[in-house]
Design a protein around this ligand. Structure first.
Ligand code: ADP
Ligand code: MG
Length: 488
């Protein structure tokens, strides 16, 4: 890493960067406490200074996010004082992911394997002259920013029941853009569930594997802003031909097109042209397309040409897998009980899950404490408001009865009707599996039965699961529901 950096960077730019950064550090040291300075600022490595832009490398995405959230003002004010008010800082996030062949325009990226982040955001570059679209084979990419974040890859995307179809469709599209019947591919779902990640993974994968040359990612808001600007500058035909030259057009959060009729109209024509040329269109939305209000029917009917798939909130297993993967990426080994504690309590979305992990690492680092369940609980309280109480036998009974559609009181009664006995046994089994209650306590909750009844129920559920797949699927389904409640 170090030696390749030397090869690419002009030494005088590097020296300048070091000198400037050292002056910045002197100021920053005065504004933040010693521990924070050591944790967050000492590991930053100045790379080069070019035309008022200082590029520094940070060790991980976690670092970058943390700096951006907590030290944005301190850093920017310092840069302005040391370098002047038009100067700004650019971060290079060191990443160990395989490098993706991103389109950086004419000059190479400053160092290999970096994710370029910039304050302030780079101006849009659709006004660059568009290149003719690729017609098979790999041609020189044109000069424009793809706006893809290299962190969003399929490799980093954890599979689970909640995203299985969407992920499979995305992968099919990435391997054969425009060549499947999934055109457009529309992915919808609630916030923080991985839509942006997945649709960008398509672009990153297709570029890295030579399946497409021209890929652009754009939010519907930015598309709208650019369109309005193009009208004002009288450059709508350049705007149109730029987007229509793409092999893959990825538009995020199309719900924000609602009510913007002229933009929709323009998008409609872009859509048609790309579709006719066999180019791939990928869209995301926060709800199923047919529930999108304020969208032209012509557009809505186009969306039905391809495949629409949702992403659901992740189940417990997926949440655990995500936490393990993310902590591994940050080079931190999380004790299993800590992972389970977070996964149990942070249930609604993956962004919150990540937020929790980041706060936990930061808190441990800043306060010099070990990562433990106690620390995790403190962080969770802040992120999600409260730590869920442990799962109770009553909740299990209610969930089981709800699943089998039987009255709850019968599960505690003496009745020997087969369907009730069945539900009662499943509830006992899950109570033993998912709570710390003793057999005696469990028995008492089921109409005062004794512990041998509970053992018998447990055994018989296990036996039936072994021989009857449907039965086993039912039990798993209930277990998942309980886990989705976030109690387990
Ligand atoms: P959305 O666009 O649906 O609001 P994002 O794609 O921005 O959600 O996801 C929020 C965060 O969660 C991102 O940092 C993303 O990388 C992460 N994430 C979402 N789904 C997964 C997944 N299945 N595996 C790993 N990370 C995920
Ligand atoms: Mg998103």
């Amino acid at each position: 890493m170090e030696s390749s950096t030397q090869l690419l960077v002009n030494p005088s730019e590097e020296d300048q960067a070091r000198a400037v950064w050292s002056a910045c550090l002197d100021r920053i040291r005065e504004s933040v406490n010693t521990q924070s300075f050591k944790t967050w600022f000492e590991p930053m490595v100045p790379l080069h200074l070019r035309a008022g832009k200082l590029t520094v490398q940070v060790p991980s995405q976690f670092f970058y996010d943390w700096l951006e959230e907590h030290y944005y003002t301190v850093i920017n004010e310092t840069i302005a004082t040391v370098l002047g008010k038009d100067a700004y800082l650019e971060y290079s996030v060191r990443t160990d992911e395989p490098q993706i062949d991103l389109d950086y325009g004419v000059s190479p990226p400053p160092v290999p394997r970096v994710d370029r982040r910039t304050f302030p955001p780079q101006p849009n570059s659709f006004t660059m002259p568009p290149q003719p679209a690729a017609s098979g084979g790999r041609t020189e990419p044109g000069q424009f920013q793809t706006f893809l974040n290299p962190r969003y890859t399929f490799g980093n995307f954890i599979k689970g029941d909640s995203n299985q179809l969407a992920r499979a469709a995305a992968s099919a599209v990435a391997n054969n853009p425009g060549g499947t019947s999934f055109n457009p591919l529309v992915i919808y779902g609630g916030t923080g569930l991985g839509k942006t990640h997945l649709i960008q993974a398509i672009g990153n994968h297709a570029l890295a594997n030579g399946k497409a040359n021209r890929v652009i990612y754009v939010s519907s808001e930015r598309f709208t802003v650019e369109f309005v600007e193009a009208i004002q500058r009288d450059t709508t035909s350049e705007f149109a031909s730029f987007y229509r030259s793409m092999d893959i057009l990825i538009v995020d959060d199309i719900q924000f097109f609602a009510g913007k009729e002229r933009t929709q109209d323009h998008f409609f024509h872009t859509f048609n042209e790309l579709h006719q040329l066999g180019r791939q269109i990928v869209l995301s939305s926060d709800r199923p397309p047919k529930e999108l209000k304020g969208l032209d029917d012509r557009l809505l009917s186009r969306f039905q040409w391809g495949l629409t798939s949702d992403v659901q909130p992740p189940d417990l297993e997926t949440r655990i897998a995500i936490l393990l993967k993310k902590s591994e990426n940050e080079g931190i080994s999380m004790p299993q009980d800590v992972v389970e504690c977070i996964a149990t309590n942070v249930t609604s979305n993956i962004r919150e899950l990540e937020g929790c992990l980041i706060s936990l690492m930061a808190k441990a680092s800043l306060e010099g404490r070990e990562i433990s369940v106690d620390l995790a609980r403190e962080v969770i309280k802040v992120v999600v408001g409260d730590v869920k109480s442990p799962l109770t036998i009553e909740t299990i009974q209610r969930t089981v009865c709800d699943y089998f559609n039987i009255p709850e009181d019968l599960i505690r009664a003496k009745t020997r009707k087969q369907e009730i006995v069945n539900a009662r046994q499943v509830a006992m089994y899950l109570a033993k599996e998912l709570t710390n209650c003793s057999l005696k306590t469990i028995g008492l909750h089921f109409g005062g039965r004794d512990h041998s009844t509970v053992i018998h129920a447990y055994q018989s559920v296990e036996d039936q699961m072994r021989i009857d797949q449907k039965y086993q699927a039912n039990v798993q389904q209930i277990r998942r529901r309980l886990q989705m409640l976030g109690h387990v």
